[in-house]
Design a protein around this ligand. Structure first.
Ligand code: NA7
Length: 519
């Protein structure tokens, strides 16, 4: 976004980050095993064609360190560093209706006025740490995976991990091999498929590079934008034998999104198709996990309708003698003690390190902790009291000239192509506003309501809302369960964005008040 605004639109722009470096998710999430579980060749920007040809990679998925190095290299190459103010948290953003400008307040005591604000706060950046009694008593180290300190190692230590989502399962795969003992506190059992992680050859990298134009075209027109062909075959349209053959083929290939969206067209929408996929995964758990009681605890019984997960060898880790599984549904955590975690059965699990892989207050969490005030001094917390909303995921009524990257009701897809889509579109809108002398750009309430309704209908067509997960805010105690994503896929989302822009930014109120300029 900063590159677009400064280098392409020629605007004066500055970015702020609370962190001591760039990278966002990949700056903070330094836990053992952290990596993107979308294949690396599409987990990057498409806009810099030179970098696509020059940046090298050696494994199917990209580990955190490499992703961070990549993002740092993008910043360096485009000369952005000097315009990024690090170690600076934005605490407030207040809209001045009389002047049509925003005033930004930081935790370093500075204020800035600006015509436009773009929030790129990350939909998964505000940590969710469960309120378990006794946390302050623990004499070891307690960490959340999203704020992993550089000095913390787990090698040879007794480690406990709470949570088995994308993060927790990645952590388990890494920690099981190095910790003296790993205790996994699982609330919900997970459907996890193999990732097929491993080295890639130089020939493969060369082929991908030569094919990037086609690859990005395919990604931009697809649903989940993960770089594979999505199936258009309903699962129940083929024989049981053929279904099993396809599931096995995709199990062997690896990747969670590919398993859910590449095998058949309706795993996420048809209960029978979903059950077929779920039962296939359950059969694998029974095959892999040797201890029947551990296998039982690891086996999910609900729908396969959370964000799909993959790992090199998740279930295999539970055959190791140094890994213990505790089902906190059956045996809840009673308290944290000085030496570890005590469960309801009275057992004290002694630990040196307790890791919370308990996820995030997703989508609106990072907005609610800031003091953002729009028209009439209304705060974003008040505006989103019944749940976060956003017209096209990029703007919200009452907050003119504030544009969101991955705001509420953005497309549910691989994030880098989703981010690029919105960055380009927001830049296009700002460019148009600048060219036309428009000083106030605001999503109308009716356009936002209609988009919210569309997102609700689309979500209801899938099985995702029937399962409790962060995608609908169900992971945060007290958070209202609402639709926070557009579920028709990136391709159709991009088509909608183009349609809106071509219709003169339909659904936006564009007002010209040329006498108002920022101080
Ligand atoms: P997730 O997917 O929200 O997973 C959090 C995990 O923590 C999940 O297994 C939760 O169980 C568990 N959890 C949450 N609160 C508790 C409490 N109070 N007690 C026990 N267990 C708990 O977060 P991730 O960081 O793994 O992934 C988030 C996204 O980041 C991911 O989808 C990727 O897109 C990147 P539950 O399933 O709710 O029963």
């Amino acid at each position: 976004m900063l590159h677009k605004l400064r280098n392409e639109l020629g605007l004066r722009a500055r970015a702020f980050d609370r962190a001591g470096g760039v990278g966002g998710t990949w700056y903070w999430n330094r836990y053992p095993g952290a990596m993107s579980d979308v294949e690396g060749f599409v987990y990057r920007y498409s806009f810099d064609k030179e970098m696509l040809q020059e940046w090298n990679w050696t494994t199917k998925y990209t580990p955190q360190r490499e992703l961070l190095a990549y993002l740092e290299a993008v910043v360096a190459k485009h000369g952005l560093g000097e315009h990024i103010q690090l170690n600076t948290g934005v605490e407030s953003a207040v809209f001045d209706e009389s002047r049509g400008v925003w005033t930004i307040g930081t935790d370093t005591g500075e204020t800035f006025t600006t015509r436009y604000v773009v929030t790129a706060l990350g939909p998964l950046s505000t940590a969710n740490i469960p309120d378990i009694e006794g946390r302050e008593r623990f004499q070891g180290r307690i960490v959340h995976t999203g704020a992993w300190p550089d000095d913390l190692t787990i090698d040879g230590k007794r480690v406990g991990v709470v949570g088995t989502g994308s993060t927790g399962t990645q952590f388990v795969c890494a920690a099981a091999k190095v910790a003296e003992h790993l205790t996994v506190f699982q609330r919900s059992a997970q459907y996890c498929v193999p990732s097929g992680h491993g080295p890639v050859t130089e020939e493969y990298v060369a082929e991908v590079r030569a094919d990037y134009d086609r690859i990005w075209d395919q990604v931009r027109g697809s649903r989940v934008a993960c770089g594979f062909e999505e199936s258009d075959v309903p699962a129940m349209s083929v024989s049981e034998e053929e279904r099993r053959r396809v599931f096995q083929e995709y199990w062997d290939k690896g990747n969670g999104f590919r398993f859910m969206f590449g095998t058949f067209s309706d795993i996420a929408t048809d209960p029978a198709a979903n059950e077929a996929a779920a039962e296939f995964i359950r059969s694998k758990i029974r095959e892999i996990v040797k201890d029947p009681e551990t296998a039982r605890k690891l086996t999910p019984t609900d729908l396969y309708a959370k964000r799909p997960i993959c790992n090199p060898d998740y279930y295999e880790n539970f055959n190791r003698p140094n890994v213990t599984l505790v089902s906190v549904k059956e045996n809840p955590i009673r308290e944290i003690t000085a030496r570890g975690v005590r469960t309801e059965d009275g057992v004290e699990h002694e630990l040196d390190v307790l890791v919370f892989a308990t996820g995030f207050d997703a989508v609106d969490g990072s907005y609610k902790r800031m003091d953002i005030r729009g028209r009439g001094g209304v705060t974003i917390r008040e505006h989103w009291e019944d749940g976060p909303t956003g017209y096209l995921g990029v703007a919200t009524n009452g907050f003119p000239n504030l544009f969101m990257v991955l705001g509420p009701n953005s497309a549910f897809s691989n994030l880098p192509p989703g981010i690029e889509t919105q960055v380009e579109w927001i830049a296009g809108l700002i460019r148009t506003a600048e060219e036309n002398g428009t000083t106030v750009v605001e999503a109308t309430a009716s356009a936002e309501d209609a988009w919210t309704e569309t997102c609700r209908e689309l979500a209801a067509y899938t099985l995702f809302p029937k399962v409790a997960s962060w995608i609908f805010g169900a992971n945060i105690p007290g958070k209202k369960n609402t639709v926070m994503f557009y579920f028709a896929g990136l391709g159709s989302y991009r088509a909608k964005l183009s349609e809106v822009a071509e219709a003169g930014y339909e659904g936006f109120d564009l007002q010209a008040s040329p006498s108002l300029t920022p101080a």
